[in-house]
Design a protein around this ligand. Structure first.
Ligand code: FAD
Ligand code: NAI
Length: 509
């Protein structure tokens, strides 16, 4: 009984501790301290983008050391791993967005933020041309931002490989707006399919949901969409039950090429059970408003071209380089062979430059374009910049001490200064010894629908591959803990609960 009483007490105390901790976090978040203004006499560090790479850099950067300016057309950070859940309303988009203003207001020294797109980086003149592309424009909507140091973290855009019709008729899945468009289009297809006197063939077409690209984006979206149909759509709109169908089209022989063979097989088997059709070795060549044209290899090994009618087309075939990055590449002779982004060295310096760094999907450092890589690169740059500032501070202290030593009146004073110089030199060596960036892969996770996920986790020296419902709970808890803020965590948790209790919202806005 005594044991039980103590256990209860411990649980009670830890619950109170937990609530107090969350409460304090919320209070801190709501009540930012005053910040010193950016110091224009310090070096100007311009950071482009508010995605995984740039925000991870900003998180760890001591902003007192630089005059920091952030430029991005998106005034929030987006937790992309949960974006596929926003296409069906499992999670509301604002739950995975963190306003950049809130975040920057908590930095030690103030940071300037401009909601704008960098349209040109003029490397020679050390300026970035920025353009306000939002609806409301002031008298000035385009100007220049000078920099001493520049970090390019603008991510990538959607690859279409120049396939005709993709931009006009397909929907992408990269931004919040994309997820909202998909959510609306799903509902529009369902409502239009049930329109009075609709032809049966047209009903079939409208309810055919085609996803092109069997990478993790395509697979996760297909899984979410089938979940939406199974748990909600077919209950509220029974008329669509017979014809609603999801097809995933992939050019390669299998989906999820970055996962182990066992998990690829598991995913394909799960999709089969969920009645999602996977069309591998099928390359889309052309897109019209009502069908896609795809080339596939038949059982006889012959290539065949077929027309696949669709109502919704989601295009998820990976990344392409943004124009502003291509333009910078063209200005730097050392980048002339860069095709997939800015080639960087082991310290993430853009090759051929001294004061430009690149992180995330726009940088080519021989790692996959993932949030994990971008976040680690951003954190590495923050450490490096903090150390660079410390180095400068120590070097100026050393210069002052050397001067003082020369004019010191007594031997004792000279010896004391000498000892201080020795200490500082030791500190300088420590601060300057930064190892090159090395990516540490924690593993890959993907949701595949019907409360199942797959995970390839790095485990000591090896790899642990698992798939199923337990992995799904791991996927959920991992992403919940990785959310940007306590606010995001609470909102995502409530959304999951809401979807379980009340189902997803099937209205169209
Ligand atoms: P981004 O996060 O894309 O940020 C780029 C930033 O630059 C944005 O703020 C953008 O507005 C801004 N920008 C764009 N153009 C300009 C310009 N001209 N000037 C200034 N700013 C500009 N990775 C994982 O590791 N795990 C996952 O589970 C995962 N899930 C994903 C799910 C989806 C649906 C998607 C699309 C991607 C997912 N990824 C995942 C990949 C991951 O999101 C990217 O690798 C990551 O976002 C790259 O970070 P980044 O900072 O390079 O770019
Ligand atoms: P991807 O590059 O991983 O996959 C795109 C797929 O589209 C490829 O398999 C390719 O063969 C296929 N494809 C290309 N053109 C085609 C065509 N014309 N017809 C048919 N298929 C075609 O792209 P994705 O999924 O958008 O991911 C981008 C990056 O983001 C990747 O690095 C990925 O690892 C990361 N990501 C990670 C996630 C996770 O870890 N859960 C989730 C989503 C993205």
């Amino acid at each position: 009984f005594r044991m039980l009483r103590w256990t209860w007490r411990a649980m009670y105390l830890s619950a109170i501790g937990g609530i107090a901790y969350v409460g304090y976090n919320i209070w801190e978040m709501r009540n930012p301290h005053d910040q010193p203004n950016p110091d224009p006499s310090k070096k100007t560090l311009v950071i482009l983008g508010t995605g995984w790479g740039s925000v991870s850099l900003l998180k760890k950067l001591d902003t007192e050391n630089y005059n920091v300016v952030v430029v991005s057309p998106r005034n929030y950070f987006l937790f992309t791993p949960l974006l596929p859940s926003c296409t069906t309303g499992t999670i509301e988009h604002r739950s995975i967005m963190e306003p950049i203003r809130n975040f920057l207001r908590h930095k030690k020294a103030a940071v300037k933020y401009y909601e704008a797109e960098a349209t040109k980086i003029d490397y020679e003149r050390k300026v970035v041309v920025i353009n306000d592309d939002s609806e409301i424009k002031g008298d000035v909507s385009s100007t220049e931002v000078p920099f001493d140091m520049l970090v390019v973290g603008v991510g990538a855009e959607n690859a279409t490989f120049g396939i005709p019709g993709v931009r006009e008729h397909g929907l992408f899945l990269k931004e919040v707006g994309d997820a909202q468009r998909i959510r609306n289009r799903i509902m529009d297809c369902c409502e239009t399919a049930t329109f009075k006197d609709q032809d049966p063939e047209e009903v079939k077409r409208l309810l055919h949901m085609v996803v092109v690209g069997g990478g993790p984006t395509g697979v996760e979206f297909a899984g979410e969409l089938q979940d939406f149909f199974n748990s909600d759509l077919k209950k509220w709109i029974p008329d669509i039950k017979e014809n609603f169908h999801v097809t995933l089209v992939e050019a390669l022989p299998n989906v999820l090429p970055m996962f182990s063979k066992q998990l690829i097989d598991y995913t394909e088997k799960t999709f089969q059970e969920e009645t999602i059709t996977i069309r591998t070795k099928t390359m889309v060549k052309n897109v019209t408003d009502k069908y896609i044209e795809a080339e596939s290899v038949g059982p006889d090994g012959q290539k065949q071209l077929e027309r696949i009618p669709y109502g919704l087309l989601v295009w998820a075939t990976g990344n392409a380089v943004r124009p502003v990055v291509n333009d910078l590449i063209s200005q730097i002779p050392a980048q002339k062979n860069s095709r997939r982004g800015l080639a960087v060295n082991e310290y993430l310096v853009v090759k051929g430059t001294e004061n430009v760094w690149a992180v995330g999907d726009c940088a080519v450092a021989n790692y996959a374009p993932t949030a994990q890589v971008a976040a680690q690169e951003g954190a590495f740059l923050a450490r490096m910049f903090n150390n660079m500032a410390k180095t400068q501070e120590i070097q100026s202290q050393l210069a002052e001490l050397s001067q003082a030593q020369e004019v010191a009146p007594t031997k004792e004073a000279r010896d004391e200064i000498f000892a201080n110089i020795k200490d500082l030199q030791k500190r300088l060596r420590r601060v300057q010894s930064i190892n090159p960036f090395e990516y540490s892969h924690q593993g890959s996770l993907a949701y595949i629908g019907s409360d199942k996920a797959v995970a390839d986790i790095s485990w000591f020296a090896g790899n642990l591959a698992s798939g199923g419902t337990i992995t799904y709970f791991f996927w959920r808890s991992a992403y919940l803990s990785m959310c940007f803020s306590t606010r995001n965590r609470v909102l995502v948790f409530m959304d999951w609960l809401k979807a379980k209790v009340f189902g997803r919202d099937v209205s169209r806005v």
